[in-house]
Ligand binder design. Structure first.
Ligand SMILES: [Ca+2]
Length: 430
């Protein structure tokens, strides 16, 4: 990594490392570790738990399902109750009956795993039970970079499809989609506003809607000028058929100067994506620059502003060129965090019997080491929020609602873990 790029990473992470005050009082973690200022690269060790955490509307039991994950990023629930978990560093892992299989699944393609690049999300085909098909997003290195690509190689967001029979090897591995253009190899063009290194901001979250379309978020690669252009895939949310082809009813199909995969545009680094199974509403979280981390309700063909419109300031302290909100032709987030940056990971909509008070609420895993819950008014306005789990001191990357109504969270740590949140047992009667 060159010195400039490294300092940009450090600056971003330093700005993002300040935890918000816990609005509730979870059980304390190791006292000695809590006294140190948080290191943006290394959180305090996670205790063994379980922990009881009192929140505004529910008392939580937080337990460690497994440790031993290396920067886990995405998870999928299998029909038989097992789970598949991606590790950003390039492994696909199996958790069965709450036990992490020590042996990863082989057969993944070459990828870049520097910075925040690597193996990102996983989704199952809607017919997985019969066709065993999975989709994985990753940071693909250009074929010219060979089998051991450096972080400075040209790279792109990609989505691969594979079959997994339950064993230790993927078969029928193929790229369904590779974002255009390749980017990253020096010389890096002059860019405005103090943008970050080229091996960052890939996006990579995926979701499949009830009609079977595959959505994938694509980050701006820290090159906002590319996100402004409509003839590429950078800084967009994309909609694909599950064979990688373009749905004919995508909003910009046939429009001159537009990549036909685009569903929405003007995104920076959308690392959260979910579709409310009850309403079909699509939600996305997005890293802003200094402040301006967003929660967006994604509309077909919508423009979400980046880089001209943001409620954050650029890394060199320049204001956004077109304004902070209410700019014609762009859609404002329903919520913008910071400064300081909160760095949102994935987002989920809670539906389930475990936490009836959370029905319909948004849950967001945050790299500022909290789990945020939003209550929404019927019109989508945020009417209440709380940040919990702060005292665990872990960067939170992914949050999902399991088939059992429990909430599952991945910690984005080199000593990463899968956490499970269920209602705390009621106190025994006196
Ligand atoms: Ca925006």
């Amino acid at each position: 990594m060159n010195k400039l790029a490294w300092s940009a990473v450090c600056a971003v992470l330093a700005l993002s490392s300040v935890p918000v005050a816990a609005q509730n009082a979870p059980a304390p973690a190791t006292p000695a570790a809590r006294q140190q200022a948080p290191n943006p690269f290394q959180s305090q060790p996670l205790g063994d738990g379980p922990w009881e955490v009192q929140t505004a509307d529910a008392k939580l039991n937080v337990e460690v399902v497994t440790k031993g994950l290396d920067r886990p990023w995405g998870m999928a629930f299998l029909p038989d109750g097992a789970m598949l978990i991606t590790e950003r560093t390039g492994q696909l892992r199996i958790v069965r009956d709450g036990v992490l299989d020590p042996k990863p699944i082989e057969g993944l393609p070459t990828m870049i795993t520097a910075g925040i690049a690597g193996l990102t999300d996983i989704v199952l085909d809607p017919d997985f039970a019969t066709n065993r098909t999975i989709y994985l997003s990753y940071s693909k290195s250009h074929p010219d970079a060979g089998d051991s690509p450096t972080p400075q190689a040209n790279s792109a967001l990609a989505v691969m499809r594979a079959k997994w029979d339950g064993g230790y090897r993927l078969t029928d591995v193929e790229d369904l989609f590779v974002a255009s253009p390749w980017y990253g190899a020096p010389p890096i063009p002059q860019r405005c506003c103090g943008q970050g290194p080229a091996f960052g901001s890939y996006g990579g979250r995926m979701a499949i809607d009830k009609d079977g379309y595959l959505f994938v978020t694509s980050g701006d690669r820290n090159y906002g000028e590319l996100a402004q252009q409509t003839d590429n895939h950078v800084g967009k949310i994309l909609r694909l058929n599950r064979d990688g082809s373009v749905p004919r009813d995508n909003p910009f199909v046939g429009r001159e100067g537009y990549a036909p995969e685009i569903w929405s545009e003007g995104h920076r680094n959308p690392t959260g994506l979910t579709i409310d199974p009850a309403t079909g509403t699509m939600w996305s979280t997005e890293f802003g620059p200094r402040g301006g981390d967003e929660v967006n309700r994604i509309e077909r063909g919508g423009h979400y502003g980046w880089p001209g419109v943001t409620q954050g300031y650029h890394y060199n302290a320049e204001p956004p060129a077109k304004g902070t909100r209410n700019v014609e032709g762009t859609i404002d987030p329903i919520w913008a965090f910071g400064p300081p940056s909160h760095n949102p990971g994935n987002i989920a909509v809670y539906h389930g019997s475990a936490f009836p008070a959370w029905e319909g609420d948004l849950l967001i895993a945050m790299m500022n080491r909290t789990l945020v819950r939003f209550e929404l008014a019927p019109d989508g306005h945020v009417v209440a929020q709380e940040a919990v789990l702060a005292d665990l001191g872990q960067r939170l990357r992914d949050v999902r609602v399991g088939p059992d109504g429990a909430v599952y969270v991945l910690t984005d740590e080199a000593e990463g873990a899968l956490l499970k949140i269920t209602p705390a047992a009621a106190a025994p009667a006196p």
